[in-house]
Unconditional design. Structure first.
Length: 454
């Protein structure tokens, strides 16, 4: 199959795609009302719904999910007897972090050095635009050969599970023959990649209390137990000297047997400072795709500016644990909780609150849909063949869909290659990757429809 007509159509649509992504990025759709107004997410959801209606989708609906956010659903009927494909993206985004560190405003799509910068440009508002481009190209070249369902989630980045619970309560809604999750990315720009595994995650907040109130560090320091010092010691127990994750009862020796990640490339992608060592043992792929990884993502403590000579009576931290395929996230949560309770020093009072959880995922890459995707990628990326990698991040919905629809094939592609710097400042998307992956998805849908007719 030649990709030429599809590729030409998508190339002609790229200016429109940039304009639409500019509009979508402008919504400050962080699904946390403590940081941004809920109205920003609602406006983004309305934009997505309007875009689906404009493409002829039926039954377009804003789904009120149990976590208080909205997911957007639409259905585009295909030819009689055609298979159904579910296309997934999410319109919520990570907060911009330090806005002063952005070289351009985070919610203003800005072109620079051949890339488009803005929060959500790659993760995952660009993924929604990718779906639109693929469908438009097919409509211009004979029609969409499958029935299409689109679901755009409104709280993926918060990990609060609204869409998972909604899908479980309405299992018929997202039923499909195959599912394309547009929220991962190529291993490197120009190297077509499907993601075969995702680590799951659990998120805990731990609070330590040691005193009835803060104390003067000169008068009481040296004998009175300082909660902040206790927290530092507790968090240190989660890592070995080499930086490996050490949660009691959670093994960390699994090996990755697929595409490898050269250390020099990883250091460059991660922007590790010269002379600073990587942490952990095993290959880089082992560490980021096949093993657990704990991260302290937040800690409540007095800022340096304005600090007083006081012993802290209470300290709180938020801890993320990435859970590799083959482990149960609920079990990992129990192990991490038990570890935190057991290792709290000096009899400090411990309370642990779970604030998020998602299961790891492993795809069946031998399924027929992967054959259709491999053909599509080879056509969209001349001279390249489809690669299979893991991803250290989590998409909790994947396991929900796999459980609800065990016969459905699930594929993960997307725009979040290393240069995109998702979740960091100066997130960006490669317009060339957006174009080529849109071609890929269009060709995949056509290939998949043909394979079902054969």
């Amino acid at each position: 199959m030649t990709a030429r007509p599809i590729a030409a159509t998508i190339a002609s649509l790229m200016p429109r795609a940039k304009a639409e992504l500019t509009e979508l990025v402008a919504f400050q759709s962080v699904a946390d009302p403590a940081q941004f107004p809920r109205s920003e997410c609602e406006a983004a959801a309305d934009w997505v719904a309007d875009a689906l209606r404009a493409e002829g989708f039926q039954d377009v609906a804003l789904l009120d999910t149990p976590d208080g956010t909205q997911s957007v659903y639409g259905f585009l009927p295909g030819p009689a007897g055609a298979p159904t494909v579910l296309l997934y993206a999410h319109y919520d985004v990570q907060p911009p972090l330090d806005e002063s560190a952005w070289l351009s405003p985070p919610f203003e799509l800005t072109e620079r050095d051949g890339r488009w910068y803005g929060r959500g440009a790659a993760d995952c508002k660009g993924g929604f635009i990718m779906h639109l481009l693929a469908l438009r190209a097919l409509k211009a070249d004979g029609g969409v050969p499958v029935s299409v369902k689109v679901i755009a989630e409104g709280s993926e980045e918060q990990g609060t599970g609204g869409l998972e619970r909604y899908a479980e309560a309405h299992p018929e809604l997202l039923a499909a023959d195959t599912i394309v999750i547009g929220d991962t990315g190529n291993f490197r720009v120009g190297l077509p990649t499907v993601t075969a595994t995702l680590r799951g995650m659990t998120m805990l907040r731990v609070t330590l209390d040691t005193l009835e109130g803060n104390l003067h560090s000169g008068q009481f320091g040296g004998a009175a137990p300082d909660a902040l010092a206790a927290m530092i010691q507790l968090l240190a127990s989660l890592r070995a000297e080499d930086g490996s994750t050490t949660v009691d009862g959670l093994t960390a020796d699994t090996e990755w047997d697929g595409l490898q990640y050269p250390e020099a490339e990883f250091r460059s992608d991660a922007k590790v400072l010269d002379g600073v060592e990587l942490i952990g043992t095993g290959t880089v792929a082992d560490r980021i795709w096949a093993r657990p990884a704990v991260t302290v993502i937040g800690i409540d403590c007095p800022p340096v500016v304005g600090a007083t000579p006081s012993l802290q009576a209470s300290a709180r931290a938020q801890i993320s644990l990435r859970v590799p395929p083959g482990r149960d996230a609920a079990e990992a949560t129990e192990l991490l909780t038990a570890h935190l309770v057991a290792h709290a020093p000096w009899g400090a009072r411990v309370s642990v609150e779970q604030v998020g959880q998602g299961q790891p995922f492993r795809a069946d890459t031998t399924s027929p849909a992967y054959t259709s995707m491999a053909r599509a990628m080879e056509a969209a990326y001349p001279g390249e063949t489809m690669q299979t990698s893991g991803m250290g991040g989590s998409i909790p919905l994947c396991n929900t869909l796999a459980a609800l629809y065990p016969e459905a094939e699930i594929l993960l592609i997307g725009l979040s290659e290393p240069e995109a710097q998702i979740h960091a400042v100066n997130e960006s998307v490669s317009p060339e990757e957006l174009e080529r992956l849109s071609v890929t998805e269009a060709l995949f849908l056509r290939n998949y429809a043909e394979s079902k007719r054969a």
